[in-house]
Design a protein around this ligand. Structure first.
Ligand SMILES: *Cc1c(COP(=O)(O)O)cnc(C)c1O
Length: 425
């Protein structure tokens, strides 16, 4: 084993350091496997109950009328998320698109959108119009309010109560921390927040940005009161196989609104050919619980390695996980670049290239990204990224298998060592 690692550029000191860290993680990994087992059963039984057949794996062309595979897949998603309906489409291009669709279709001019959990994900700033942008909600006369977390990390309940008014129509709750250093919300905490909000205004629509959270716990936000949950298929629920797509699951009314916005009034869910992607959407969903588990193990391993070296890891080495993202404050631009270089060097595709910071559309600082994925940009595959600004935090996620996530982490350490940033005694 050591020899193979050596061939991949991992020296003996880094290898042993990794093995040492792994020794303490057996119990953590067992718990992750149990959750995967639970969710695997949930997925299989949903597929069986919806009578997924071989015909469902074939796609349609043109208008896509009577696309049995597409319609059944949406039933499967609704069953898994315990919702009335779902919209799962290759025409939804990414997570941002899925979220924009949910917001734009369920808000009307004069309505107000509230985020009670601080600043939403970077790309949503332009969707909402926090940063002025063509086609934003603001351009359509939809206003926005935000209530930040208290400094102790708790919800600002008083602030939220004051922010809710007669115009408040939709509340958006981001489960994952995104590029913020705050904590990811557990499904249970999301449930408490929704109960509080609905206690103030019963008919407000509660939307959860579920990106990176699917299958991390046994329940999903739609089981604790969320009216719509939204995510990307090139993250957890696509299991690494989905080549494109996004999903919305929720109340029938909310999903119908989204469907007519995605296609056209009068057409809604009835059109949208699935072409040749259904097999990978089904098979990816089938694999998603164990792929998510692999990614979680990689994240826990990373936190343990880097914390031992004195870095701040969020979540820390011992914390419960509510998404697959690990962030580590690397403090220096050279360290962030070395980390990403290591992740890239572990990739099965494009492993020979060196990542460089670039001006990515939708982000306000330069971003460096490492990804050598089978599906371009897929972040359920081993990937790392971070904005080139203080505190030079890297956000690491994915790994379709744990051995691959492990290799990536060891390569990142090796790059830090080779750059003279890391000294192991
Ligand atoms: C990834 C992500 C998004 C946006 O998804 P894209 O597919 O990159 O457009 C939105 N919110 C959160 C929390 C995310 O992690």
């Amino acid at each position: 084993m050591k020899d193979l690692y050596a061939e991949l550029g991992i020296d003996e000191q880094i290898y042993s350091f990794g093995e040492e860290a792994l020794k303490d993680l057996k119990e953590r990994f067992e718990k992750i496997d149990e959750t995967a087992e639970y969710n695997q059963l949930k997925v299989v039984s949903a597929m069986q109950e919806c009578r997924v057949s071989e015909a469902c794996l074939l796609g349609t062309t043109g208008y896509g009328y009577n696309d049995i595979g597409r319609d059944t897949l949406e039933e499967v998603y609704a069953k898994i998320f315990k919702t009335e309906a779902a919209l799962v489409r290759p025409q939804i291009t990414c997570g941002t698109h899925a979220l924009a669709l949910a917001l734009m279709s369920n808000l009307r001019p004069g309505d107000e959108l509230l985020s009670p959990v601080g600043k939403p994900y970077d790309t949503l700033e332009e969707v909402i119009g926090i940063r002025p942008s063509r086609g934003s909600l603001a351009e359509y006369g939809i206003s926005y309010r935000q209530v930040d977390f208290l400094s102790n990390g708790e919800f600002d309940l008083e602030g939220i109560r004051e922010a809710i008014n007669e115009k408040t129509r939709l509340v958006t709750i981001q489960r994952s921390k995104g590029y913020e250093m705050r904590k990811t919300l557990s499904v249970e905490r999301i449930g408490e927040l929704i109960a509080f909000i609905k206690g103030i205004k019963e008919d407000v629509i509660c939307l959860v940005d579920n990106c990176y959270g699917e299958f991390v716990q046994r329940i999903e936000p739609s089981q604790v009161g969320a009216d719509i949950v939204v995510g990307s298929l090139i993250k957890n629920p696509g299991g690494g196989l989905a080549p494109i797509g996004g999903y919305l699951a929720g109340k029938k009314e909310c999903i119908e609104n989204a469907a007519v916005r995605l296609t056209s009034p009068g057409l809604g869910k009835e059109v949208g050919a699935s072409l040749d992607v259904l097999r990978s959407l089904y098979q990816g969903l089938f694999l998603a619980p164990t792929v998510t588990a692999a990614a979680l193990k990689g994240a826990v391993f990373a936190a343990n390695l880097y914390q031992k070296l004195g870095y701040t890891a969020v979540p820390d080495a011992a914390e419960e996980r509510y998404d697959i993202i690990q962030s580590i404050r690397l403090e220096k631009p050279e360290a962030l670049m070395a980390f990403c270089k290591g992740i890239q060097a572990a990739a099965p595709v494009d492993g020979f290239v060196t990542p460089e910071p670039w001006d990515m559309p939708g982000y306000d600082a330069q971003v460096i990204m490492a990804a050598g994925a089978f599906v371009s940009g897929s972040s359920i595959e081993l990937s790392a990224d971070g904005p080139m600004k203080e505190p030079y935090a890297v956000y690491f996620q994915g790994g379709l298998t744990f051995p691959h996530a492990k290799l990536g982490m060891l390569k990142s350490l090796q790059e830090l060592k080779n750059a003279g940033i890391l000294k192991l005694s």
